[in-house]
Design a protein around this ligand. Structure first.
Ligand SMILES: [Zn+2]
Ligand SMILES: [Zn+2]
Length: 354
């Protein structure tokens, strides 16, 4: 039993480290985007805020399982030229003519996929289909978030070409997890997006514009930092894991002077604006009568897909879920044995009991 449990935790860690933004950041982006919405929308989105939060990483979970999914999360834009890539077509049909669909998919299609999601979400609003509105809003929030990560816009996505392997998870997962508690996530109101085909490109180009600093600062810091202090070991679920040390992380975060925070803020603001624009383009349907419907996916996926519930992000307990004893903030489920564990920390299996 114990072995099985370790396997599950390893699986979780592997998934977590391979995902875009971190689990935490994607969840926070979707969650905070709700507060950018106008009152006519916030009634429905606030009601479903747990769904939007918990499912924010579903697209990453299906990356290896669903054909074609992986390409939706990034674009290696530097494969096609140099910033600002003026010769690269911003419209799918034109791009296909020049590069073929296979090539485009091989190097990622996130700015082309966002408008596809927008079309689907707009249709769902027109039909007032609450299941699809919530599912598509959640997924759209994920892809928009991904477009804001500098390392999602390059062939050198994990520093593998510049001897900086590991920088991907360092920038998008470790830094937000260490420092985002202090970030300001109040970004103002959602705005109507005039051109939904070009807006994703703005996000990609901003991200790519920041890429130089992401790589250069890490390199400069590595050159000036004591070699034996760059990495440290941290205990995760009773296993020692080698990771960027606290000191190195802090120094790098300082050099970036707010970049991670600004990219998260832009993500939140754009996610809210895309949701708002889809609703507007659907004719601003009245959503108040949908408030009492719970999206079907919620219950199903709690049973089927969800491996972890992070109670920190929840201001109400998830429905249909076995409550942990008071004082156990994390509930983890072993998907094979279906047993539940209550944990004091999701980084330490010794803190769990069932
Ligand atoms: Zn990523
Ligand atoms: Zn992703």
């Amino acid at each position: 039993m114990y072995k099985k449990w370790i396997f599950v935790l390893l699986l979780f860690l592997t998934i977590q480290e391979a995902s875009a933004w971190g689990f935490w950041a994607h969840q926070r982006i979707n969650r905070m985007a709700v507060f950018t919405l106008p009152p006519e929308m916030i009634v429905l989105y606030k009601k479903n805020i747990e769904y939007l939060t918990e499912h924010a990483v579903d697209p990453d979970k299906r990356r290896s399982a669903v054909e074609g999914e992986d390409a939706c999360h990034f674009i290696d834009i530097d494969h096609y030229g140099t910033y600002p890539f003026v010769d690269f077509p911003r419209y799918w049909e034109e791009a296909v003519k020049i590069y073929t669909e296979d090539t485009l998919k091989a190097y990622g299609i996130v700015p082309f996929h966002i408008p596809v999601m927008m079309k689907r979400l707009t249709q769902a609003f027109k039909e007032k289909d609450v299941d699809r509105i919530m599912k598509l809003s959640t997924d759209l929030g994920h892809y928009v978030g991904d477009a804001h990560v500098p390392l999602h816009t390059t062939e050198n996505y994990n520093g593998q070409m510049t001897n900086q392997k590991g920088i991907h998870g360092f920038w998008e997962s470790r830094l937000p997890e260490l420092y985002a508690d202090k970030y300001n996530f109040y970004v103002g109101k959602a705005k109507y997006i005039e051109d939904i085909l070009l807006e994703p490109w703005d996000a990609v180009l901003e991200s790519h514009g920041a890429l130089d600093s992401v790589l250069l600062f890490e390199k400069n810091l590595t050159d000036s930092f004591p070699t034996d202090k760059k990495y440290g070991f941290e205990n995760r679920n009773g296993i020692l894991v080698r990771t960027y040390s606290q000191d190195f992380s802090l120094a790098y975060h300082k050099m970036l002077s707010g970049m991670v925070e600004r990219r998260m803020q832009r993500s939140i603001s754009r996610v809210g604006s895309f949701w708002y624009t889809a609703w507007k383009n659907a004719g601003s349907p009245d959503l108040s009568d949908l408030v009492n419907q719970t999206p079907k996916e919620v219950k199903e996926s709690y049973k089927r897909k969800l491996l972890i519930i992070d109670r920190e992000t929840a201001d109400v307990p998830a429905k249909g879920y076995r409550p942990c004893k008071v004082g156990s903030p994390y509930e983890l489920r072993n998907p094979m044995s279906e047993e539940y564990f209550c944990c004091m920390s999701r980084h330490n299996s010794k803190s769990c009991r069932n």
